[in-house]
Design a protein around this ligand. Structure first.
Ligand code: MEV
Length: 319
């Protein structure tokens, strides 16, 4: 029996992370250089209730029924069954493989959820719409991250650059000029739920300071959207660097992120910042396309464990 396979990309937050949890806007970009693939094959001759889950990236190889009730993978299966009004999953083998590092800010959890939900619903005979996939993936993000904004599952489901405000319809946007981003992984695992909880604690303890930082980030995102659409990459770059400063004041940067941001800027990047939950994970640098290799190599020399160069085509360009 042929396997059903579905894939989902990763993502970066261009600007606005953390403030987006507080109803401010953020801009997110899908990253196709890393992805998650979920394959499902029916095992009609296997004993009842012996569905295997194999996910080498998270060192998981066990039967579905052995996962705790609220495990994200088990929850995904239950949510899809519920959505399709089915009471059981035919015995099968589910294989999840990802080239995205976990806890790095590249959206590996949302990418896994989206690929898994799509593969399960296709396997069960009714492919869900993007809207349905997105809303189920958001439920799983809540298990991973506590009180997420929903930006990760949305950008990964639709696989398009978006201007996002929590609980509102997303706006897909196209840059006026092509963007080149260098993504550098600090190699330090960052927990999004911890970083979000730390910001919440900061907000509760110092509401004035955190309120101001969140508002300033919100304003930067609105002007960044205009710069992006108009192709003013120099001004966009300046905004990204200012956004990093504000996130640092919020306490979600770390020495290595600051070091890599400074290094990217000293090698001519137009702007640089941490991206995602922070406290480790990745930083991004907006660069001229002919600088990308040299900035990436400088970041690796400064200790980045991996770099990815990604391009976002401009309006009217294909690919
Ligand atoms: C994580 O990619 C972005 C955060 O703003 C959390 C969220 O929006 O759910 C840190």
């Amino acid at each position: 029996m042929p396997a059903i396979s579905c894939s989902a990309p990763g993502k970066v937050i261009l600007c606005g992370e953390h403030a987006v949890v507080y109803q401010k806007p953020a801009i997110a970009i899908p990253v196709f250089e890393g992805s998650t693939k979920c394959s499902i094959v029916a095992k009609p001759t296997a004993p009842h209730d012996e569905t295997m889950i194999i996910a080498p990236n998270i060192a998981l190889k066990c039967q579905l029924r052995c996962l705790v009730e609220n495990h994200p993978i088990r929850t995904a299966v239950n949510l899809v069954l519920q959505k399709l009004s089915l009471d059981h999953l035919p015995v099968c083998e589910i294989r999840i493989q990802s080239t995205l590092p976990t806890a790095a800010g590249l959206g590996s959890s949302a990418s896994t959820s989206v690929a898994l939900i799509r593969a399960l619903s296709t396997f069960l005979g009714r492919s869900l719409s993007d809207e349905e996939v997105n809303s189920l993936a958001f439920e799983i993000e809540k298990i991973h991250h506590g009180t997420p904004s929903g930006i990760d599952n949305t950008v990964i489901t639709y696989a398009k650059t978006l201007f996002f405000i929590k609980a509102r319809a997303s706006e897909f946007i196209l840059p006026g000029e092509p963007l080149t981003l260098v993504i550098a992984d600090t190699g330090i695992k960052g927990s999004t739920s911890k970083a979000v909880a730390d910001v919440k604690l900061g907000f509760n303890t110092e509401p004035e300071k955190f309120g101001m930082l969140i508002n300033q980030i919100g304003e930067l995102v609105y002007s960044s959207k205009d710069f992006l659409i108009n192709g003013d990459l120099r001004s966009l770059g300046n905004n990204l660097t200012k956004n990093h400063e504000l996130l640092r004041e919020m306490g979600v940067s770390c020495d290595k992120l600051d070091l890599l941001v400074d290094d990217a800027l000293s090698h001519g990047a137009l702007g640089a910042k941490l991206s995602g939950g922070g406290q480790g994970g990745i930083m991004i640098a907006l660069v001229e396309s002919d600088q990308a290799e040299s900035v990436a190599s400088a970041l690796r020399s400064k200790g980045a464990v991996n770099t990815i160069i990604t391009h976002v085509p401009a309006k009217g360009q294909t690919g």
